[in-house]
Design a protein around this ligand. Sequence first.
Ligand SMILES: Nc1ncnc2c1ncn2[C@@H]1O[C@H](COP(=O)(O)OP(=O)(O)OP(=O)(O)O)[C@@H](O)[C@H]1O
Ligand SMILES: [Zn+2]
Length: 670
Amino acid sequence: MASEQQLSAIKGAKVLMVGAGGIGCELLKTLALSGFQDIHIIDMDTIEVSNLNRQFLFRKSHVGLSKAKVARDAVLRFRPHISITPYHANVKDSDFNVDFFKQFNVVLNGLDNLDARRHVNRLCLAGGVPLIESGTTGFLGQVTVHIKGKTECYECQPKPAPKSYPVCTITSTPSKFVHCIVWAKDLLFAKLFGDKNQDNDLNVRSSDATSSSEHAEDVFERKKDEVIEQYGRKIYDHVFGYNIEVALSNEETWKNRARPKPLYIRDVLPIELIQQNGNADKSFVADDSSSVSAMASLGLKNPQDIWSLRENSRVFFEALRLFFVKREKEIGNLSFDKDDQLAVEFVTAAANIRAASFGIPLHSLFEAKGIAGNIVHAVATTNAIIAGLIVIEAIKVLQDDANNYRMTYCLEHPSRKMLLMPVEPFEPNKSCYVCSETPLLLEVNTSRSKLSDFIEKIVKAKLGMSFPLVMHGSALLYEVGDDLEEDMVANYEANLEKVLSQLPSPVSGGTILTVEDLQQELSCNINIKHSDGEVAGVGCQVPDARTEKPLGEGWQLEDFDEEKEPDGMVLSGWTKEKDKTTSTENGASTSNASEAVSLETKEDSDIEIVPTGIESVTTGKKRKLPEMSDATIPDSSKNELHEIDDDDDGDDLFMLDDGDSDGSKKKRLQ
Ligand SMILES: Nc1ncnc2c1ncn2[C@@H]1O[C@H](COP(=O)(O)OP(=O)(O)OP(=O)(O)O)[C@@H](O)[C@H]1O
Ligand SMILES: [Zn+2]
């Protein structure tokens, strides 16, 4: 039961909810039932069938309608006298500026992507509005409180990059099923059905591979009038047979690894069976390309069955055939989509055949789809718990009860018999470029990198600015806006194509650039350090790998992390201590990889979001938690610090005692 004081804080509050999905539906219901009377909701999406299992304010008849509006109507049915204002819009729209945010007493996020979260964080900081962040992934969840100047902001801790795998592991030495999935979807599927102009590292390159004309690049081109079965056999033998033989010829690779087995179709599936493939049900006709299915065509019903090598090979041929027969127009433009049944079937089959070759256990289509689509199945209960915790923190915030703010982690396995782990919030990170004025450091080859690279890869992709302005002293190098004069636009366009050292106001080592986003009201300085940008060699057997671009999300070369160092640009935090001890002639410290700002830029395609602390947990990055609240842990368990860690596969979570606090730069909120 809420106290009188709490009730009056609740009744007088005007709150903004961003996101009306899994967490948002629960949150709106809980806010309304807790007595909140003035709630605004922003959500840009419409309702999909896949939302209905957990976004309980929505029904089948609502599919296609605005989430924000339907959520409002559903809640008004049991709380008719409160005010709920829905906005079917993107929170990044310019209407939602700092003045808009300032009208609220607290902002509550129920989002599913980093980009929108960072944007809201910045507007809350600019408007001085408290923010309560949340996220869930399966059984894991968290709620954090961000108050300008008092607690860390959402961006005080760098966010880890999406999980990535070295190219060599994917192309030559897979050891886990996920490696086979990445190979099947980002290499083989992309090669056969995607954009032909994209770089693709499917073929193991070695001197003998390139010398053989039979196995030259165009093996993947289907010749005019080439019978589809024959084309399929050629691809199969090339990728599962010949390429494995080539890889095996490099003895060094296999000294300490199990040797893979080349697979040729003649040994797996007799020719008659390929010809009969897909003829099991001749009456099977699917006009709608989205319902074309190799499983249906072959009479395979249960997606949870693990198919044999032979069955996988049949699915491989049938899916390939169906793409060419039923979806030919899309070939060349396809990219893997977890909701595309035929694509999932093809990728499952190809990954399993590769797994068989490398002695890796095979998986069902259901499992393969989960891995390929990065799916962590959402748990409605976790969303409900998290929504409840958001409301609890919101009430504290409205009462200015700073001593009792908690960041709460919802764990998968009990730790000290607790599933909910409350932690006192951290103080702001003094070197956070978002909530403090600390400059950043960028190591860049100023005579090679263009202004456009700097803007796209650093200012937009890493710093998350949408409408950037770049200044060198008082000289404007770049800005965007609707009201710019034509000659200014032409000047900026010309600047974009220039390398940094040749801009009208040249950028060199020691330059300080100011970058601003006017909508987010965020400004930060970047100290430039010139670097020749040479990258050290890698221990990979793929010649020329260094010059290859990463092959889609999750890809990187060993030792060279394109996410952190796009085109050799290294962005890192800048602290006074570092400056004092290691300053160089350019007035900047050498970069420390562990300090590099590595922020996730991709949109989450997962069913549920991968939130901050959870991200740290699931990507194996250690995150120290400060002393836990005396009120919430038994005396025997009071340790200075606790760490959340995980194993390599990312879903086991456990807490480790750690009496030593020297690793933590963060202080508890006083
Ligand atoms: N920039 C944004 N502006 C407004 N709403 C956003 C923005 N980004 C994400 N959202 C909303 O946040 C909500 C997040 O909800 P949730 O995590 O449950 O995802 P979902 O899209 O509903 O479900 P799923 O992705 O699992 O199908 C979504 O409704 C989405 O529309
Ligand atoms: Zn911060």
